[in-house]
Design a protein around this ligand. Structure first.
Ligand code: AHM
Ligand code: MG
Length: 326
C-alpha cells in the first residue's frame, strides 16, 4: 500500500525547527511564488509560456518567456511581503527596495537552466536570504555580503516532481509538492558522501580551461588506468539546479570552471544568485565548494551580478581540484 514517506507538512517542519516570525514569513513568500511558477512550468505550451521573450537581461543573455514570467511572479510576491526589505534578481539590472521596515534581503535566479525550458528538461528557482544589515534605505553594498552571512538558501526544482530543498542552517531538507499545492517532507536531511565516482562538467569547453583543470579532468577520464585508480561516470544536464539536486541525492562533483574565452569573466555562474546559495546547501550537507582557490562562501562580493568559477560537491574531489590549482 502506498504511504507518504514522512507526512510532515512544511508548516510543521518550521515549527519543529523553531523557524518562525519574519524569516518564516519571508521563506513562505518565496516558496508560494515558486508554487505559482511550478504551475506555469507544468503546463508549458498549454499556458503559452514557452519560447523567447524577445528581450535581453543585464548578463547579455536572451530571455525566455518563462525567465520573465518567473521573475515577475517572484517580484510581485515579495513586494507584498512586509518582512522583505529588498530584492535582487539575476534578471534585473539593479536591486529593488521593497519595504524599508523589512528585515531580509532576497536574492534569486528566477529560472535557472533556461536553455532547457523548451525541451522539457528540469529547471528551477534558486534563492538566497540575507539579513538587512541596518535600518534605513538600501544601498547596493547591503547586498554584497559573503555567503556565510546567508540566513537561508534553497531551490525549487521543477522536474519530474516539483521539489523544494532548503536550509536555514539547520541541515538540508527536501519536500515534494503534492496535488493540493502543499509541500510534504520527503527527505529528512541530505548527507553528501565525501567520495564519488561521478562528475559533471561541460566537456565542450575543455580546450578553454586552464592547465590544472585540464589535468584534473584527464585524471578522471583515465579511470582505473590512471592515478585515481577508478572509473568515473559523467552527467551534464545544463541546469545547475538539477545537477546540485543529483549531487545532494546520490553524491558527485559539479564544475563550471574559469575558462580563457573572456578574461573579464571569472566564470559563467553568478556568485549571488547561484554559487552562494548552492554552496551553503552543499556545505550544510557535508560537502565543499570552491572557485578552485578559495571557499566560495568566503568570497567578498564586489558586484550584484559578479561571476565566479564553481567546483562543488564531494569533499575529496573539491580538495583535489584546489590542490591542483595551489
Ligand atoms: P541560466 O541561469 O541563464 O540558466 O545559466 C546557468 C546555467 C546553469 O544552470 C548550468 O549549469 C549552465 O548554465 C549550463 O551552461 P552550458 O550552456 O555551458 O551547458
Ligand atoms: Mg542560473
Amino acid at each position: 500500500m502506498f504511504q507518504t514517506p514522512i507526512s510532515t507538512f512544511l508548516n510543521q517542519h518550521f515549527d519543529q525547527h523553531n523557524l518562525s516570525g519574519s524569516l518564516k514569513e519571508t521563506l513562505f513568500a518565496v516558496i508560494n511564488a515558486c508554487v505559482a511558477i511550478s504551475s506555469k512550468v507544468r503546463l508549458g505550451a498549454l499556458s503559452g509560456v514557452l519560447g523567447e521573450a524577445g528581450s535581453g537581461n543585464i548578463q547579455g543573455e536572451a530571455q525566455k518567456k518563462l525567465d520573465v514570467i518567473a521573475n515577475d511572479i517572484l517580484i510581485n510576491a515579495l513586494r507584498q511581503t512586509p518582512t522583505v526589505a529588498g530584492i535582487a534578481s539575476e534578471e534585473e539590472d539593479n536591486f529593488v527596495e521593497t519595504c524599508e521596515q523589512g528585515e531580509y534581503l532576497v536574492l534569486f535566479d528566477p529560472l535557472d537552466g533556461s536553455s532547457n525550458i523548451d525541451v522539457n528538461i528540469s529547471v528551477g528557482t534558486i534563492f538566497s536570504i540575507l539579513k538587512k544589515p541596518h535600518s534605513g534605505s538600501l544601498k547596493v553594498d547591503d547586498f554584497l555580503q559573503n555567503g556565510r552571512n546567508q540566513v537561508a538558501a534553497g531551490y525549487v526544482l521543477y522536474g519530474v516532481q516539483t521539489q523544494l530543498v532548503f536550509t536555514a542552517k539547520h541541515g538540508v531538507f527536501g519536500f515534494t509538492l503534492n496535488n493540493h499545492g502543499e509541500f510534504i517532507l520527503t527527505k529528512d536531511m541530505f548527507r553528501l558522501p565525501e567520495t564519488t565516482a561521478e562528475f559533471a562538467i561541460n566537456m565542450s569547453n575543455q580546450r578553454h580551461w586552464e592547465t590544472p583543470m585540464q589535468t584534473y579532468i584527464a585524471e578522471l577520464l583515465a579511470g582505473i588506468d590512471g592515478v585515481r585508480g577508478k572509473n568515473y561516470n559523467m552527467r551534464w544536464v545544463a541546469s545547475m539546479v538539477a545537477e546540485v539536486h543529483r549531487i545532494l541525492t546520490r553524491g558527485g562533483v559539479f564544475m563550471y570552471p574559469f575558462d580563457k574565452r573572456d578574461l573579464t569573466k571569472p566564470g559563467k555562474l553568478r556568485l549571488m544568485y547561484e554559487a552562494n546559495p548552492m554552496s551553503l546547501l552543499i556545505e550544510e550537507a557535508g560537502g565543499l565548494s570552491s572557485n578552485a582557490k578559495q571557499n566560495i562562501l568566503d568570497i567578498q562580493p564586489t558586484g550584484l551580478h559578479q561571476r565566479v568559477a564553481v567546483i562543488l560537491g564531494a569533499k575529496e574531489e573539491v580538495e583535489r581540484v584546489n590542490l591542483m590549482h595551489a
